[in-house]
Ligand binder design. Structure first.
Ligand SMILES: NC(=O)c1ccc[n+]([C@@H]2O[C@H](COP(=O)([O-])OP(=O)(O)OC[C@H]3O[C@@H](n4cnc5c(N)ncnc54)[C@H](O)[C@@H]3O)[C@@H](O)[C@H]2O)c1
Length: 453
């Protein structure tokens, strides 16, 4: 089949290259000329494990191409996927200008039937909006051409995007058009070979809401655990024991109940906010979702609060090592990353930061091009040289088992504040390291517990 994908970001590139990988002829489109020029030279704008190989082999096989030419994009295929960004507006609602622009691009140029498939995460009712842009465009040209607008939200996770796309838990499609259903069945057949029920059809509005429902529920689980970790912190209970204790209940499960320093990325924060705004537009106050969002904003400040407590509220001219910048491992995505809140707070309070991340350093420099108090250091070990404390933001695998003896020798003070609970507190403390983390008792609390018992 022939497919056009508008938007060559995380979702567009993964969708386009993997649809090509199973034999389709795919044209990826973007308005960013530099991005397209780079893609044509084999330079991939994002870090996603394995994606460069998939793109390379499909470009070589001439099944995958890149363009900024909108005439070519619209003419290339019947199946037109929209995978452009839907960033938050000032009030948190999704900014639909990019989706609307693609709809207009198609409306102004189409001469044959089109299936317009929205892959971007879009508020309920966006399909109606895209339909009206197509209708108005065709009317203004005096043309009468068939089209169907479908919703097909994407559930991939950055860092595991290829696996998620190739072996999806489910593929949700919102349409009631028989021809569109048949075409989507054919397109997705290679991804559902062992289980046809992976393809779930429903109404367009239900499909649009399903994506927000999934992300909001996952964000709720995280904020719930972070809320509990703050309570555990104050009670001297250990949130990691609590996590295992509740996760073993199959009704709860272990997924997404890890406490930490807040969720980030391009999806959870914006999707929770957008759903709150959608509810508000229908005069409904989404109180639970507002709390999920507020708890997360507060959680992003927890590491800094712990740091200030250790230094009695004064960190002026102190230097801190920060491990991990991306909002989660295996990505260079810094959108809404908790690390940025931490680093900005340290700098504002007069401290200095030496930071390291396996892949997100270049991206970090884009965010803070002139910040003299932020140094990006080539290795995790060097990052600790002369540091008054080490703070951990992201659970990259290479941080799991560091050489503490070497680190201790290079740091000014042996203080580790861990936002991802990577280490065994007793083990670190036995090595002479002062260790603080999320929702786990400090030694003084443990002693008083034992005495009380
Ligand atoms: N990133 C994720 O993990 C993820 C997962 C699932 C769903 N989503 C959703 O998918 C959508 C895209 O997200 P992303 O992370 O890939 O975004 P992104 O910002 O990485 O990429 C969007 C791309 O669209 C391009 N673009 C903007 N206007 C365009 C136009 N008129 N024509 C062609 N291209 C245009 C931009 O230049 C950019 O390259 C969002 O709605 C997001 O919420 C993202």
């Amino acid at each position: 089949m022939k497919v056009t994908v508008y938007g060559s970001g995380y979702v567009g590139l993964v969708t386009g290259s993997l649809l090509a990988d199973v034999g389709n002829e795919v044209l990826c489109v973007d308005v960013d000329q530099t991005k397209v020029d780079n893609l044509k030279k084999g330079i991939i704008p994002i870090y996603e494990p394995g994606l460069d190989d998939v793109i390379k082999r499909n470009v070589e096989a001439e099944r995958l191409g890149f363009t900024t030419d909108m005439d070519q994009a619209v003419a290339h295929s019947e199946m037109q996927f929209i995978a452009v960004g839907t960033p938050p507006d000032e009030d948190g609602s999704a900014d639909m200008q990019y989706v609307a622009a693609v709809a207009k691009t198609i409306a102004d140029r189409m001469t044959t039937r089109k299936l317009v498939v929205t892959k971007s995460t879009v508020p309920v009712g966006t399909g109606d909006m895209v339909e009206s842009v197509l209708r108005d465009g065709l009317n203004s040209r005096g043309e009468k051409i068939d089209y169907v607008v479908l919703s097909n939200p994407e559930f991939l996770k950055e860092g595991a995007a290829i696996e998620d796309f190739m072996k999806p838990d489910r593929i949700v499609v919102g349409t009631d058009d028989d021809y569109a259903i048949e075409q989507m069945r054919e397109l997705y057949a290679p991804f559902c070979r062992n289980r046809r029920d992976r393809l779930i059809f429903m109404s367009r509005k239900s499909s649009e809401l399903t994506k927000y429902a999934a992300n909001s529920l996952l964000a709720t689980k995280i904020s719930f655990m972070n809320e509990l970790s703050n309570i555990a912190d104050r009670l001297g209970a250990d949130i990691e024991d609590v996590r295992v204790g509740i996760g073993s209940d199959p009704r709860i499960g272990y997924h997404f109940i890890y406490p930490g320093c807040g969720y980030g990325g391009s999806c959870f924060p914006k999707d929770v906010k957008a759903l709150i705004q959608t509810a508000k537009s229908k005069d409904y106050k989404a109180e639970l979702l507002e709390a999920v969002d507020n708890v997360n904003d507060r959680q992003k400040h927890v590491l800094f609060a712990k740091l200030m407590k250790h230094f009695d509220g004064n960190i002026e001219n102190k230097t801190f090592a920060v491990w991990g910048l991306s909002f989660k491992p295996n990505t260079d995505d810094l959108r809404e990353a908790p690390s940025r809140v931490l680093i900005e707070s340290i700098i504002e309070a007069g401290g200095r930061v030496r930071a390291y991340d396996p892949v997100a350093m270049q991206e970090m420099r884009h965010f803070y091009p002139d910040e003299k108090r932020l140094e990006l250091i080539g290795t995790a070990q060097d990052c600790c040289d002369g540091a008054d404390a080490l703070l951990i933001n992201t659970e990259w695998r290479e941080f799991r088992s560091p050489s503490w003896d070497t680190i201790k020798a290079s740091m000014k003070q042996n203080l580790v504040i861990d936002g991802r609970n990577l280490y065994d507190p007793a083990q670190l403390r036995s090595q002479g390291i002062e260790y603080d983390c999320i929702g786990r008792p400090q030694p003084s609390q443990r002693k008083s517990d034992i005495k009380a018992a």
